[in-house]
Design a protein around this ligand. Structure first.
Ligand code: ZN
Length: 174
């Protein structure tokens, strides 16, 4: 079933290492590896096409009031997963593999690893065993959950500002 659906995807090669797949029914786009990656390997460097003061649904947070639109643009098709295989390192501006990634595998990252409080939260249906269901940014998740993930320097600094045992939920309203 899943395999059949995947063959129907429209595929567009966008880089030496990746292609964008578009679902014919939902039109949802996703980025998939066309080569193998090993844990820690760099997939791509990235920069900012544009720098915004406020987040939007495509932006990546790099500092307190700094949200970038990604360059290369196709990196925006790296969707969220609660069990991600890549990480956006906003200190070194590189995307790295968190584990081994095979050809055809969808590239995913954990949005709260860079996003403190998102413009719009969403209900996650990533299907991973540890799915968190509601994704709104790191500010809305307890520390014991966040500790399981590789987090950007900015998110780590935000977390260091709060008591190590207190859930960080609704911190932005304090
Ligand atoms: Zn999930």
């Amino acid at each position: 079933m899943t395999l059949k659906l995947k063959t129907d995807h429209k595929k567009n090669k966008v880089a030496s290492f990746a292609e964008v797949w578009e679902c014919p029914t939902t039109k949802d786009k996703s980025l998939h590896a066309t080569v193998d990656f090993f844990p820690g390997e760099v997939l791509s460097s990235f920069g900012a096409r544009e720098i915004l003061a406020e987040p939007n649904y495509l932006s990546l947070q790099t500092a307190e009031h700094q949200h970038i639109l990604l360059d290369p643009e196709f990196l925006q098709y790296i969707n969220h997963s609660c069990d991600p295989n890549v990480y956006f390192d906003t200190t070194n501006m590189i995307v790295t593999a968190l584990r081994k990634i095979g050809i055809g595998e969808e590239l995913t990252f954990f949005y709260p690893s860079t996003e403190w409080s998102m413009d719009r939260g969403f209900d996650c249906h990533c299907g991973s065993h540890n799915c968190l269901r509601i994704i709104q940014g790191a500010a809305h998740l307890p520390l014991n959950v966040l500790k399981e993930y590789k987090l950007s320097q900015y998110i780590q600094e935000k977390l260091a500002q709060v008591d190590g045992n207190t859930p960080t939920i609704s911190l932005e309203y304090l």
